[in-house]
Every structure is written in structure tokens, then in C-alpha cells.
Ligand binder design. Structure first.
Ligand SMILES: [Zn+2]
Length: 256
């Protein structure tokens, strides 16, 4: 049956991606994401990647980690890091598929296997309701205490594109900001999905793997063609590398 909403969204996403990849749209996004000290930021990333860590990668929905930090996670895994991913909600509210939460958990597990993530923990908190979710802070605090990470990855609450904030992403980021002080000196905290990069991970060698990991979330990859989604991943990596001597990058903000 013809789905008018899906058709409209595909048109909007297609036009939006085309505008972002060319001319003023590309210049604008590159200007917003540009690291102020790209050489220092690249060096900070290589220092981070120079040894293995016990990593706790916190996220709000299935596909966030692959989209916003997939290259970083792949490089950490290739360097021998032991990575536990925490997916706070099942992303069950955005899609017209029966048993959507289960479908998205399975997609997340498949993506994690490709990425070399050792363990995925799901918590089933409310999708599109994390700011009001009383279990958010106790859950993050508990899993942080249980996993004893040396390095934490989480959303930057300031968001990648200010003004287009996802409430769940921001809520997770704020919670991590609040909890970080207890772990000062014991744990590094890097925030992804940031437009204030002080760490810039060169993901050129793992870009194709990042694209494949993103596309594993098939139930969410419905607004563009497969090639369109690959182009979107490459575009974000290219504009994130603006001003740096590499072609594809992921921006991080080191908090601790
Ligand atoms: Zn998300």
C-alpha cells in the first residue's frame, strides 16, 4: 500500500541530503563542525587510540553509536579495547513495524558483532521519553559502577547541530555530565555527536565498515536509498574533517 508519510519523508531527506552535500549547505555545516585546533585534535585522538581500554559506550537508541561514533568504536576495537555498549531505549516508537523494539535490539546486536563490541546491554527505558525517565540517572550510575570503565563514550548534550536537538540524546549527555565528577581521575570521558571537537578521529581506514554497521539497522534506514545512506555517512565524516589533513573524521569532546 502507498505510504504517503514515508514518501514525503523520503523526498524531504533526499532533498536535504543533496542540499547538505553541495554548495552553501556543505560550507555551512563544515564551518559549524570545524575543529578549532585540528592538528592537536588529531594528535589527541591518536594518543587515545594508542592503547586498549575498558570502554563503556553509552547511547540512547539503536543506531546512535554506529552513526555518531562508529568509526571511533571500530578503531578502538581494532586496537584491542574491550567495549561494552549500553543502549538505554529500544527505539520502539519510530516505525510502523510489529514488535519494533525486538527488531531493533537484534539489529543492534548484529551491528555490534560487525564492530567488535564485546557486550551489549539493553535497558528498555522509554524511547522519546528519557528527559522524564526517573530510571535514567540510576541506570547510568549503576552500569558505570558495575562496568568500571577506563573510558566512557556518550552524547554531547550540546548536540551536533544546535537547534535540532534530540531530547533523549541531550538527556543522556546531561546525565553523564552530572555523574562524571564522581569519576574524576579514574576514567576518561569523551562526548560524541559534538560540534566542539577537541579530539578528531581519522576514520578513513574504517569508513566502509562504519557505513556497513549503520546499514545493519535496516528498520531505520528507510528514508534514503542504500547509496543515499552511505552518502550521508560519508558527508558527515567529510564535513567533520573540514580544515584537518584527513578526509573523513569523527569529532569528540574530551570532558575528563
Ligand atoms: Zn538516537
Amino acid at each position: 500500500m502507498f505510504d504517503k508519510t514515508l514518501w514525503m519523508k523520503r523526498r524531504i531527506f533526499g532533498v536535504g541530503l543533496a542540499a547538505a552535500r553541495t554548495g552553501p549547505g556543505r560550507w555551512l555545516t563544515a564551518a559549524m563542525l570545524r575543529s578549532h585546533e585540528p592538528l592537536l585534535a588529531l594528535a589527541a585522538a591518536e594518543e587515545m587510540l594508542s592503547r586498549p581500554w575498558r570502554v563503556l559506550a553509552l547511547t540512547a537508541h539503536p543506531d546512535d553509536l554506529e552513526y555518531f561514533a562508529g568509526g571511533t568504536i571500530r578503531r578502538l576495537a581494532l586496537g584491542g579495547s574491550q567495549i561494552t555498549a549500553v543502549v538505554l531505549s529500544d527505539g520502539e516508537k519510530r516505525g510502523n513495524i510489529p514488535d519494533l523494539g525486538r527488531v531493533r535490539r537484534e539489529e543492534q546486536l548484529a551491528a555490534a558483532r560487525k564492530q567488535g563490541i564485546a557486550n551489549v546491554r539493553f535497558f528498555g527505558l522509554t524511547d522519546f521519553g528519557l528527559p522524564e525517565e526517573p530510571r535514567l540517572e540510576p541506570t547510568v550510575a549503576r552500569v558505570w559502577a558495575e562496568e568500571q570503565p577506563e573510558l566512557v563514550l556518550a552524547f554531547d548534550p550540546k548536540e551536533l547541530f544546535p537547534g535540532f536537538a534530540n531530547r533523549d540524546h541531550k538527556a543522556l549527555g546531561r546525565t553523564v555530565l552530572d555523574l562524571s565528577r564522581k569519576h574524576f581521575g579514574r576514567c576518561r570521558v569523551y562526548l560524541y555527536g559534538t560540534h566542539h571537537a577537541n579530539v578528531l578521529v581519522d576514520i578513513g581506514t574504517v569508513l566502509k565498515e562504519k557505513e556497513d554497521a549503520v546499514l545493519t539497522h535496516a528498520s531505520q534506514m528507510v528514508y534514503l536509498t542504500e547509496e543515499g545512506h552511505r552518502q550521508a555517512v560519508r558527508w558527515l565524516a567529510e564535513v567533520s574533517a573540514a580544515g584537518a589533513p584527513c578526509q573523513y573524521a569523527e569529532p569528540l569532546y574530551r570532558l575528563l
